[in-house]
Write a protein that binds this ligand. Structure first.
Ligand SMILES: *[C@@H]1O[C@H](CO)[C@@H](O)[C@H](O)[C@H]1NC(C)=O
Ligand SMILES: *[C@@H]1O[C@H](CO)[C@@H](O)[C@H](O)[C@H]1NC(C)=O
Ligand SMILES: *[C@@H]1O[C@H](CO)[C@@H](O)[C@H](O)[C@H]1NC(C)=O
Ligand SMILES: *[C@@H]1O[C@H](CO)[C@@H](O)[C@H](O)[C@H]1NC(C)=O
Ligand SMILES: *[C@@H]1O[C@H](CO)[C@@H](O)[C@H](O)[C@H]1NC(C)=O
Ligand SMILES: CC(=O)N[C@H]1CO[C@H](CO)[C@@H](O)[C@@H]1O
Length: 535
């Protein structure tokens, strides 16, 4: 409750000859403004404001807070200040029926609250050795009290113990409790409004180890990671030792590659090998006792493809066999699967394609069987897959559109051209060109024509003879069919290229000479012999 005392209109000014007549107006002024005031909660607070003006009977002093009018009068009294009364108070002086502006003065009222504990520790706190313990202590008040800690009546600031962490938000944290931490802890909350304190007794205890999650039996595949748990509790914190049989494999002081003692007390083995199979024991011990637990490790040897399929080229119509065998742990089952380019290979009903453990057999192969075949083996102890390419090859087809033209530049040459045939899925090695001269049987004329060309100039022919040509392509499989033979064509006649042979002249009579000779060889005639010129 706030109310104004009605003894306002306190004024003190004196009159002199220089003073203006009483009828004149003097604007209101605040002579002594209110002062910033601090009171304890529940006590009386008083703000005072002294103003002057003329005419004095028009002067009114009033109080406002947050724009709300509270009371009028020189003094504002708050009989029992509450926290909600704190704030800015405004004293306003005005002269009624005057045009003079009201004047204001301001002051803050601060309501202090003595410290009080909001969170406090229990009377006794039990802490396990080596564990962290928190002693809660929080206080509130206005102004916010300072928290100060004492241990056995000595300020913590004097002890300078790095394991003692004071937080104003929570309390005191004692890390890794030691036997010497036992004692009385006092928490003081102090402010100008007063002080309060609480205390607690910290009791340090030790506990024999227990296993919260003992190790369980593990089965892992060679090369993977094995993890045994050995989550434990105890005070002081138990020391963990792992043994395999009688051999210590991991502890605070023993470190062996692949075996890692985890912070949690667990054991990690990475990578696991088949020889690691056996029993592992976790031993937790501290000053109060020792406990152990044992679990077995089973290591499967990893499934791997031992006989992978090989790339193959088979001749069309023959049987292709793609091998695939795997080694695996005898204790597990494995299964094989084949696919071609990601599509599963299914055994065909007619038995042309059959899948047996260790192989894929395809009989009566054709070009539709060409592809990348993948053998996949799946098992609990690992998966593996290997691929191979199957090519089905056949004889090349016959060259098409073989044409022969007489050469313009060389009367004894023929220009041949053709279209490249299907190569039978195996690169062409060469072409074989045959000709038949004057209807005689076919004979090889060019035995290794570059497979890259599709035309050739056949030279060295004989004029006036007839010729026919045919061509076949050869690949790894063999010699393909001959092309259709060309039309029979005749080379132009030419003058004999050799003279007659063995010309002999002898006198027969006293008036005549006998001249005898042999004609030029047949191959040099270059046409039908029409006669001789004798000179
Ligand atoms: C009163 O308190 C307010 C706020 O706390 C401050 O700004 C002001 O200066 C104080 N006045 C006096 C006269 O001390
Ligand atoms: C103020 O003026 C009103 C009329 O305007 C009058 O009734 C009243 O008495 C005056 N008050 C004072 C204090 O002079
Ligand atoms: C494990 O504890 C048992 C008794 O609980 C004890 O007989 C045994 O010797 C211990 N083994 C090891 C390796 O400490
Ligand atoms: C596959 O390999 C295993 C052992 O590695 C062998 O016993 C088996 O006979 C083989 N199978 C075939 C089909 O080769
Ligand atoms: C092996 O393959 C199976 C089936 O595809 C799959 O479920 C399993 O996760 C695979 N195992 C590994 C270790 O990749
Ligand atoms: C010129 C010459 O001696 N002519 C003789 C050629 O031989 C015949 C007989 O064989 C003679 O009769 C010619 O006198």
């Amino acid at each position: 409750m706030i109310y104004g005392l009605n003894i306002h209109l306190f004024f003190f000014f004196s009159f002199s000859a220089a003073d203006p007549p009483e009828s004149e107006h003097v604007a209101p002024a605040i002579v002594i403004g209110p002062k910033n005031t601090t009171v304890l909660v529940g006590k009386e607070a008083m703000l005072e404001c002294i103003a002057s003006a003329r005419p004095v009977n028009g002067l009114a002093v009033s109080w406002k807070r947050d724009g709300r009018r509270l009371a009028s009068g020189r003094r504002l009294i708050v009989p029992a200040a509450a926290a909600s009364d704190a704030g800015l108070y405004v004293c306003e002086a005005l002269v009624s029926n005057s045009t003079a502006k009201p004047v204001e003065a301001k002051a803050y009222l601060t309501v202090m609250e003595p410290p009080s504990m909001t969170v406090q520790p229990k009377e006794k706190i039990f802490a396990d050795l080596d564990r962290n313990v928190e002693i809660p202590c929080q206080a509130s008040g206005v102004p916010q009290p300072r928290i100060e800690w004492y241990k056995d009546a000595v300020p913590l600031s004097k002890l300078a113990n790095a394991r003692y962490k004071v937080s104003s938000a929570t309390g005191l944290m004692v890390r890794r409790v030691q036997p010497g931490d036992g004692g009385i802890f006092q928490c003081f909350a102090r402010s100008p409004a007063g002080e309060t304190q609480v205390h607690t007794e910290l009791l340090v205890s030790s506990v024999a180890p227990t296993l919260l999650s003992p190790p369980s039996d593990q089965t892992v595949t060679d090369g993977d990671t094995a993890l045994f748990t050995c989550q434990n509790s105890g005070a002081p914190k138990p020391a963990i030792t792992w043994r395999k049989g009688s051999q210590v494999i991991a502890s605070g002081s023993v470190q062996i590659p692949r075996f890692t003692l985890l912070q949690s007390g667990g054991l990690q083995i990475q990578p696991v090998s088949v020889q690691d199979s056996g029993e592992f024991t976790c031993i937790a011990s501290n000053s109060e006792g020792t406990i152990n637990a044992t679990a077995a490790l089973t290591v499967w040897s990893r499934t791997v493809i031992s006989v992978p399929p090989d790339d193959q080229r088979v001749i069309k119509g023959t049987t292709a066999v793609l091998a695939c065998n795997a080694t695996h742990d005898p204790r597990i089952k494995i299964s094989f699967k084949w696919d071609r380019g990601g599509v599963p290979v299914m055994p065909s009903s007619g038995g042309r394609v059959s899948v047996r453990p260790g192989s894929l057999t395809i009989s009566q192969t054709w070009s539709g069987d060409i592809g990348d075949y993948t053998c996949s083996v799946t098992s609990q102890a690992g998966n593996d897959s290997r691929s191979a390419r199957l090519e089905v090859i056949e004889l090349p087809h016959s060259p098409r559109s073989l044409t022969a033209l007489l050469s313009d530049s060389d009367s004894r040459s023929v220009h041949l051209s053709w279209l490249r045939p299907f190569d039978g899925n195996s690169p062409l090695l060469y072409y074989v060109l045959e000709l038949s001269e004057n209807n005689s049987p076919w004979k090889v004329y060019l035995s290794e024509v570059d497979p890259a060309v599709s035309e050739v100039l056949v030279g060295g022919l004989t004029p006036a003879r007839t010729y026919q040509f045919r061509l076949c392509a050869v690949n790894q499989v063999g010699r393909g069919q001959y092309s259709a033979e060309t039309q029979r064509m005749m080379l132009r006649e030419e003058a004999p290229s050799a003279p007659p042979n063995n010309i002999v002249a002898s006198g027969r009579t006293n008036q005549s000479i006998m001249v005898q000779w042999q004609p030029p060889p047949e191959s040099e005639l270059n046409g039908v012999l029409r006669g001789y010129v004798l000179r």
